[in-house]
Design a binder for this molecule. Structure first.
Ligand SMILES: Nc1nc2c(ncn2[C@@H]2O[C@H](COP(=O)(O)OP(=O)(O)OP(=O)(O)O)[C@@H](O)[C@H]2O)c(=O)[nH]1
Ligand SMILES: [Mg+2]
Length: 301
């Protein structure tokens, strides 16, 4: 028992695509929950990652990268999911990529200026990439002048640099409160949802430049057979040509995707997994609000 007060609340992780938001959440959780990739716009939905200790329950909100292009329905959905997370949280982490300040960062900052009611910590990620740390100081000073940040912290989510300091800072800013989720719960998402994400992650990782941006995954079967999970997933693409890319020569690519996803699922669920994948064409779904809703892209999620 400690005599300090228990703290609890929500921490939104906000930033443009690809700055390392999901990598950061996995790092603080000490477990892989959110999918990550070298490609921008990997995260499409808001996902909670819950970390409970003796002193606190910190509920991290991973969000899609805020981006400028919102011509497609799916992009608008992603921007809405990220922007709505700025409200109703107790602390905001504004994540940027080292020295690479862009127009999109500027736009995110404008949004924060308009909407943020909670304290904002500026998190400068990917510090491991920076060889000359000296150049960072004037940069930090310049960024600090842009907004009344409650703190500015250089970190490396990938290497685990300064993560404890960040957590301490977040806890300091958190209000006193009770447990919001049961102490053994670590996300608000179902195993079904996480399984679909893990298939999508492998597609992002295996497909390189050929990746159809709008590819999506739906779980059709998820049976708990005690010793194993039997999972069937459909990969949706928008055109026939994309289908053959995803399947690959002699089905090799799809096989590697399935193998990678199965290994990740077994790690996450702690259970043996039997996984089957199909590829189907569903034209124009990324442009169509109604089809997006049918595929689970609705704002209540
Ligand atoms: N060198 C380095 N790379 C990092 C670090 N953190 C993340 N990355 C890499 O940056 C890329 C993007 O990481 P994500 O965590 O998927 O980024 P994100 O901000 O969630 O991206 P979206 O979901 O697309 O908005 C991946 O290749 C990560 O491995 C870091 O601290 N150092
Ligand atoms: Mg992400």
């Amino acid at each position: 028992m400690t005599d300090s007060v228990f703290k609890s609340g929500y921490v939104a992780i906000i930033g443009r695509p690809n700055v390392g938001k999901s990598t950061l959440i996995n790092r603080v959780l000490g477990q892989k929950l959110c999918i990550t990739s070298r490609r921008p716009q990997t995260t499409r939905h808001r996902i909670l990652g819950i970390k409970t200790s003796e002193q606190s329950q910190l509920i991290y909100v991973d969000t899609p990268g805020l981006h400028i292009d919102d011509k497609r329905a799916m992009n608008r959905y992603m921007n809405r999911a990220a922007a709505s997370s700025i409200n109703d949280v107790d602390v905001i982490l504004f994540v940027v990529d080292g020295m690479n300040w862009t127009d999109e960062d500027e736009r995110v900052l404008e949004r924060l200026k308009e909407d943020a009611k909670a304290p904002v910590i500026l998190v400068i990620n990917k510090m491991d990439k920076l060889e000359d740390k000296e150049v960072m100081l004037p940069h930090i000073e310049q960024l600090s002048n842009k907004f009344d940040f409650s703190n500015v912290l250089p970190i490396s989510a990938r290497k685990g640099m300064n993560i404890e300091q960040l957590e301490t800072e977040i806890t300091t800013l958190m209000p006193e409160g009770e447990l919001i989720f049961p102490e053994d719960q670590f996300t608000d998402r179902s195993s079904r949802f996480l399984a679909a994400e893990l298939v999508r992650e492998q597609l992002f990782r295996h497909l390189g430049q050929e990746l159809p941006y709008s590819i999506t995954v739906e779980i059709e079967q998820f049976d708990d057979e005690e010793k194993l999970y039997r999972i069937g997933a459909v990969i949706y693409v928008e055109r026939d040509g994309q289908k053959s890319i995803v399947i690959g020569k002699k089905g090799e690519l799809l096989k590697s995707v399935g193998k990678g996803a199965r290994i990740e699922m077994q790690n996450l669920f702690g259970r043996k997994v039997f996984l089957r994948l199909w590829v189907k064409v569903r034209e124009g779904w990324g442009d169509n609000e109604r089809m997006l809703k049918n595929l689970g892209y609705n704002d209540e999620l």
